[in-house]
Design a protein around this ligand. Sequence first.
Ligand SMILES: *Cc1c(COP(=O)(O)O)cnc(C)c1O
Length: 394
Amino acid sequence: MNEKDIINLEEKLMANVYAKRSLVLTRGKGALVWDINGKEYVDCTGSYGVCVVGHSHPKVVDAVRRQAETLISCHSSFYNDVRSELLLKITQITPKVLSKVFLANSGAEAVECAIKVARKFSGKPEIIAMMGAFHGKTMGALSATWDKKYREPFKPLVPEFKHVPPNNPEKVREAITEKTAAILVEPIRGEGGIRIPPKDFLSGLREICDETGVLLIFDEVQTGFGRTGKFFAFEHWNVVPDILCLAKSVAGGLPIGMTIAKEDVMSSFKVGEHSTTFGGNPLVCAAACAAIDVLVEEKLPERAATLGRYFKEKLEDLQARHRVVREVRGLGLMIGMEFRFDVLNIILKSMERGVLVLDAGRNILRFLPPLVIKREHINRVIAVLDTVMEEEKE
Ligand SMILES: *Cc1c(COP(=O)(O)O)cnc(C)c1O
């Protein structure tokens, strides 16, 4: 099928819910992807932060190939060798207290499980989330998501969710009532514009939760798994949640969601109270085992820290050269660049010149490249942005 036919078919047959870019991608390796015409791109979208270990990492490919030949399906009502291996590997990189795992297939599902188990454990209904938060688009997760344009058309949402201003622990304390089950928060807001909290915010929340018995849920679907320069973003602030949500990057590009909770919290679920058919299927578990090995062996969190600093410095140089940038912010290889204007043109023009970047709101460029990205790729991104920003000024 040629480029035009592919685009036409997706336009015609697929639900039109994605803001499409007119690019047909057919191949990827590390931090690079290629379109159907063989043109190369540096991928700073990382498939929305999924490709932490890079596109088609050889170890992930090998694990998937071997597992596909062995056993693809095995419902979690049976035991399985690679699933148990994954549970062991993941709990070896999480803090000790986070020791019981529910396996699902997406970020929204990881959040759904967190909401349900918080309600079950506490016997209370209310979830406090942050203004500006993004937690996914299924009805429960959507109820915790802030953006009106995602919420309004689908009301009524799940009751007993409320949003408070982020960054101020006292505002959260004031919002807690006798009905509150949990506080749900992204350590760094991703969709919300790469917003890093003030130093004492997360530790303040931890204190409040310890005092009141309210559960603390961290949604690290975007920030987790090495992205910010640590295995998990909460390590930057030395705060451990009661429930941790992971997804996007954990299975080397295959669909996965994980909710990891304290033993007593997760054990409040009785048999049958939560489940999903594909959760913990061996193919994905094998990919996730390989991805965790790669993360550890290739020291990708450290790499994200080092290259993230480099990338950010280069972006700050651009900020100084072109007076169109308000702020560059980020941790590790999760970086935002806030402009004084809409960034759509910058995104499209960069794409023409072989660089793929994301937005996060109208005026913020977002970089979530694979952590295996090379310095020369970052240099290429900077050179392209330099040219495009020069053009945009005119
Ligand atoms: C992407 C994302 C989700 C939703 O994940 P899906 O796999 O798209 O359902 C939830 N929370 C955060 C912080 C995310 O970045």
